[in-house]
Ligand binder design. Structure first.
Ligand code: CTP
Length: 462
């Protein structure tokens, strides 16, 4: 069951009319429609009391649930597969030190003037007489055509009203592949410190949208140029700068990272893998040393990076699941290359398979994306190396079924076998078995493991 967009608008318009209110579609829906995209998230402006309108709409559309925010004069509802958001025509601004906006009622034009960008100030009529007509007070259509992000009022004013908009400007520019008009862009730099009053959750939400864009590097370059990156992720700006000394130099880690991120973004829509790309070399600035013989080195950057990625992602309020995943990939990102060597033992391969578990394919994808050399021969060599590593992994996997493996003898069986009670010794014996399998001392097989335990009984129980 569904309802057409025209039917939906007609029903909503009728209810507004019964209340004696005017209603318009605004923002993202209108913008995206003009860009040729039909979206299901629709924002409406109600010139009237949105809470009274909410009650009438609930009845008229038989809505099961609506979520109201009376303080902000907004409410949300789902209808078939549409996500509808209604807001009182209002003026809204943030006070100097507060995270909560102050709102007051206004008419449609005042409401539009307080919106973030000209392309988002477009409103659409849904009355039967003027259906589909666009109200364009700030030349939003022209900016859409010219692919420009520009504030409708003085940019400092618009950004002071809600400093999150500085990030939104960069997010829209990145996602839509638009550029930011110069005075708007310059104002972000001037106003950047105001971002500090915005909650981390809202900041992270925008950052996530930038990371999930088709070419996230564009967003990070803008974040850097406007000084916002230094506020949100100073650990990333620390990756900037090419070091040169004598004939030695290493690539700017910041731009290398952005290239890796874009490479991953071309292959995968996974947020956590893109985050792993963003942070894979985050430990480099802190581990950078100069060696007269070999040039710049970053020994242990994956270990430092593991810790830093954990702390940063926690600060950004990402979930524990995402933090653990990113840490794991960052911590392991040098390992596949170390398996290239001809003499690498099966046991080293087995260990990586076991440690990476289900994330092994992601790890390899990141490693391939990490090849950013401009030297075609080097690139070819690296690709071939990874192909060989993947072959080795497949061979060992086929033989040993090691990914996500659980030792074939569990704690209960160990307790029975040695007549033991629960306790730390059981864990120790399990670990011994796990190591023996990974080292290839015993096959990943139940009976073989039992025999090994029996053989080693005395030593294990010592
Ligand atoms: N808006 C604003 N300032 C903000 C947030 C939103 O002026 N800080 C206005 C804009 O007019 C925007 C509309 O509210 O178009 C709806 O906001 P939102 O749903 O966040 O963005 P959309 O433009 O719909 O875009 P998207 O759904 O892609 O985020």
């Amino acid at each position: 069951m569904s309802v057409s967009i025209d039917e939906l608008f007609s029903k909503i318009y009728q209810t507004a009319g019964n209340c004696g209110y005017q209603i318009y579609v605004v923002g993202g829906y209108v913008r995206d429609k003009l860009l040729g995209k039909e979206v299901k998230d629709i924002d409406f402006v109600v010139v009237g009391d949105a809470m009274v309108f909410a009650d009438r709409l609930k009845k008229d559309l038989h809505l099961k649930r609506i979520i109201r925010y009376p303080r902000f004069g907004t409410f949300m509802a789902c209808y078939y597969n549409y996500k509808l958001e209604f807001v009182n025509a209002r003026e809204e601004s943030y006070q100097q030190d507060s995270r909560k906006p102050v709102t007051k009622q206004a008419d449609l034009l005042a409401d539009l003037s307080r919106r973030d960008f000209t392309i988002n100030t477009l409103a659409m009529e849904i009355s039967p007489e003027k259906y589909g007509r666009i109200i364009d007070v700030y030349n939003g259509k022209k900016d859409l055509k010219k692919k420009i992000i520009r504030t409708p009022l003085e940019p400092v004013h618009t950004f002071s009203d809600d400093p999150l908009r500085m990030l939104r400007a960069i997010r829209f520019a990145t996602r839509l592949n638009f550029s930011i008009e110069k005075s708007t862009y310059d104002s972000i730099f001037e106003t950047r410190d105001r971002l500090k009053i915005i909650s981390q959750e809202r900041i992270t939400d925008e950052l996530t949208k930038i990371i999930m864009s088709p070419k996230p590097s564009r967003g990070f370059i803008m974040l850097d140029e406007t000084g916002l990156l230094d506020i949100i992720l100073p650990e990333m700006t620390a990756m900037k700068g090419i070091e040169q000394r004598k004939q030695y130099h290493h690539k700017d880690v910041f731009y290398h990272t952005l290239e890796v991120l874009d490479n991953v973004a071309q292959k995968s829509g996974s947020l956590k893998l893109r985050l792993a790309a963003l942070f894979h070399d985050i430990g480099k600035p802190r581990t950078k040393r100069f060696d007269e013989e070999i040039g710049w080195t970053f020994h242990g950057h994956e270990v430092v990076g593991y810790r830093m990625a954990g702390a940063i992602l926690k600060r950004l309020k990402f979930s524990t699941e995402i933090i653990k995943y990113v840490q794991k990939i960052v911590g392991l990102h040098l390992r596949p290359m170390a398996l290239v060597n001809e003499e690498v033992t099966d046991s080293a391969v087995r260990r990586l398979i076991f440690q990476a578990g289900n994330d092994l394919d992601d790890l390899i994808l990141l490693c391939r994306a990490d090849i950013t050399s401009k030297n075609i021969n080097r690139v070819k060599k690296f690709i071939k190396n990874y192909d060989n590593v993947v072959k080795k992994i497949h061979n060992v996997e086929e033989r040993d079924r090691i990914r996500n493996f659980q030792p074939p003898v569990d704690g209960l069986e160990i307790m029975k076998l040695f007549n033991l009670k629960e306790g730390p010794l059981i864990g120790k014996i399990k670990k011994y078995l796990e190591e023996a399998i990974l080292n290839g001392n015993v096959p990943n097989d139940h009976d073989a493991c039992i025999s090994l335990l029996q053989e080693q009984k005395e030593q294990l129980l010592m």
